[in-house]
Ligand binder design. Sequence first.
Ligand code: CP
Ligand code: NVA
Length: 329
Amino acid sequence: MASRTLEVEMADGLAAVPAAEKKDLCSITDFSADEIKVVLDLALAMKERPDEFSEALKGKQVVMFFEKPSLRTRLTFEAGLNSLGGTAFFVDQSKEALGAREKLSDIARNLERWVDGVVLRTFSHETVTGMAEHASIPVINGLSDHEHPCQALADFLTLTEKFDDLREVKLAYVGDGNNVANSLLLTAASLGVSMTVACPIGYTPDDHVIATSLQMAAQTGARIEVTHDPEAAVDGAHAVYTDVWASMGQESEAQERKRIFTPFQVNEKLMSAAGPSALFMHCLPAHRGDEVTDAVIDSANSVVFDQAENRLHVQKAIMLKLLGNGSGR
Ligand code: CP
Ligand code: NVA
């Protein structure tokens, strides 16, 4: 657990928030389990009492380079930093990869002279880690092909709100072993939450992520499993999660993936195998009729908009933890 603390100016005085050991959030593994819990607690406090944090990052500036489209990530970072007294600048990076026009390290050495933090949405995960390596300011992964740590933190915040003890929760992820699945697995293993992933052969999460998750699970008591049987995966699950079958950048594979993933659709039949109280989760955007039916995503058990709301609160907590410690300019 980080022993350093930072002083956060709130309406009623100063509160101590432990500063992150690492300056960046490229992977969810950049935060220890204790740091994840601090972020979730801080996010809950910010959600409950937003006014107390209205000047917590006063004057801080963050630049956001996005190579891919976004609704939630972009707007929750912009609105979130604004509500903490800071300013976010958005750069549409969809025309060419970051680093195509000039070396990534040169971009990093410019940015650190101007702003206090960087949020990246990229294809290559190495763009995120490369920026983090070369810039002295915090770098936050707003989704790469490999991971989506902000999403996973919002999702575990949502589960924290719904269940008394996360270590009693079993999460089932049904679908593509993609960036979202990778970050969920690592977060579950770190927090001691049991998780089963069901995906077609050839579409399992990253091998290194599975190995790391199993290692962490051995310490935390989480039960981590990967299967190709959706019904077995959801059996006894408290929450069933899915994501698109073709992620951004995989559009040319969409037809083939649709054929392969159809048995993995989350529909009423699959949800009934999980039980009547199982929650439905999705990071959004959803491709209704593909990975999830309207009946499931619009059901009373669906918490997809709670997850979307929690992107705001959790990213405010992430920014406060990473940018509030004086490691900026
Ligand atoms: N869930 C998520 O990251 O949404 P956006 O792609 O809209 O940012
Ligand atoms: N796996 C999806 C997540 C979108 C938020 C993608 O990368 O497109």
